[in-house]
Write a new protein. Structure first.
Length: 119
């Protein structure tokens, strides 16, 4: 499958983290989602019903990340992947969760976890 819908840089404030202060204070997370989906019919018909509504998907992903709390960003990425694969037209998904303010004791630009799941 080569057709993809990409959502890059979804910003969410949430309380994911292993440390006590991370669970008490929201911090920014950035989520990238790439969904593999057959877009041939949507391309031919120009109908939204033949694809995945990326606006609705963005809201669904950000609501999920903001409303639940987990210790590891690996779990965040896994849960987002599960939710995206709930879309009937989704064939596979790659999810990257960035944690730009992770409690790392040395200077860093970003830390991220990427998972890929298929139906």
């Amino acid at each position: 499958m080569t057709d993809r819908i990409s959502l890059k840089g979804l910003e969410v404030f949430a309380t994911h983290g292993f440390l006590e202060h991370e669970a008490a204070h929201a911090q920014p997370f950035v989520v990238d989602v790439v969904v593999e989906v057959d877009l041939e019919s949507a391309g031919r018909t120009d109908r939204l019903s033949e694809t995945i509504d990326y606006g609705a998907l963005a809201v669904r992903v950000t609501d999920l990340v903001a409303s639940e709390t987990w210790s590891l960003i690996e779990r965040v990425a896994h849960r987002v992947a599960e939710a995206v694969l709930g879309e009937p037209r989704a064939v596979a998904v790659e999810v990257t969760v960035h944690k730009p303010r992770a409690p790392i004791p040395v200077p860093f630009a970003d830390v991220a976890v990427t998972v890929r799941r298929e139906k």
